[in-house]
Design a protein around this ligand. Structure first.
Ligand code: NDP
Length: 309
């Protein structure tokens, strides 16, 4: 079976970092195997118009952009499996990656597992998941036609999610823990000018209200300490991301606060022959374009490393 043969490179993840690494590795004739993971295409698949990816003056839809990257990688011979790496073993010279009971072997591995949305972690989150609590307006905003929703966060994601929700909801409250947004000027301006959107500054959600379904939020003002109740049908989290690095923790060094993979010279992990690219290792920039760039760098580094072996 194919899985018994030792590959030159396995790429774990299929966002801009993973697919760009695949394009470069495939063009270097390394026939990479890409394990696409639980959310093929990564975060770009849950976004709408991407306006800051160079080469597209009118913007491009996130899902279309990532689909194009996939096709480009396949055109040069990358093999893409829509499977999830559940376990790895980086103890030996040959790296092992497990999908269920299937073991894949490779001389080099590029990790491009990205990050997932962070939530507030308040009680009853699991119970109300999908019943008022969401992380993706593009995916679930449709259910809130004519309703009132809240978005937690103050970065570009919160702006983007709120803007998208105006297509459906009648009223959107952005709940932000500080008195100014972290978001970029252009996105901030657009959102503050939108009449459907109101901002609840310096406030944090303390409790989810409602039995079967969310019907409100208990909110605490960070300045006055006062609590109040806000009636909403839904809450969308836009409070940043958590890197998908848990399965590597026994082998790879991670930064202690959030668990981003620790890298040297941009893409080298502490294990020889294991490289990392994109949001799983990049706390600072986290852009589609930087992830793509790092994916290309990881593939070039891996190719050079393989040549030396
Ligand atoms: P960010 O890390 O930029 O922002 C997260 C926001 O959530 C911050 O305002 C932060 O507050 C708040 N926050 C974090 N943790 C909590 C918490 N526990 N409780 C309450 N609030 C919390 O993440 P984003 O996802 O917004 O953006 C990530 C990157 O992606 C950025 O570089 C951004 O520019 C980019 N991006 C670009 C887009 C575009 O160009 N179209 C669209 C979306 C994202 P505080 O401000 O106090 O730190």
């Amino acid at each position: 079976m194919d899985s018994n043969r030792t590959k030159d490179i396995i790429i774990i993840g299929s966002g801009p970092a993973g697919y760009t690494a695949a394009i470069y590795a495939a063009r270097a004739d390394l026939r990479p195997l890409v394990l696409a993971g639980p959310e093929p295409g990564g975060q770009l698949t849950t976004t709408t118009l991407v306006e800051n990816y160079p080469g597209f003056p009118d913007g491009i839809d996130g899902p279309v952009l990532i689909e194009n990257m996939r096709k480009q990688a396949e055109r040069f011979g990358a093999e893409i499996k829509f499977d999830t790496a559940a376990k790895v073993d980086f103890s030996g010279e040959i790296k092992k990656v497990y999908v269920g009971n299937t073991q894949y072997l490779a001389k080099a591995v590029i990790i491009a597992t990205g990050a997932r949305s962070r939530t507030l972690g308040l009680p009853r989150e699991k119970e109300l998941w999908g019943r008022g609590l969401h992380t993706c307006a593009t995916c679930d905003g449709f259910f809130y036609r004519g309703k009132t929703v809240a978005v937690a966060g103050g970065g570009d994601s919160a702006m983007e999610e709120s803007g998208f929700l105006t297509k459906f909801a009648d009223k959107i409250y952005i709940i932000h823990r500080r008195d100014e947004f972290k978001a970029s000027e252009i996105m901030k301006k657009r959102i503050l000018a939108n009449k459907k959107i109101a901002v609840i500054w310096s406030s944090e959600v303390e409790e989810y209200l409602g039995q079967e379904k969310l019907n409100g939020l208990k909110i605490k003002n960070a300045v006055t300490g006062e609590t109040s109740t806000l009636a909403v049908d839904g809450l969308f989290f836009a409070i940043g991301h958590v890197p998908n690095t848990e399965i590597f923790k026994d082998y790879l060094e991670r930064e202690p606060k959030f668990g981003y993979l620790a890298v040297k010279d941009a893409v080298y992990t502490n294990v020889d022959g294991v490289f990392a690219a994109g949001d799983c290792a990049d706390y600072t920039y986290r852009q589609a374009v930087t992830a793509a760039g790092l994916g290309g760098m990881a593939a070039i580094a891996a190719e050079r490393w393989l040549e030396k072996q």
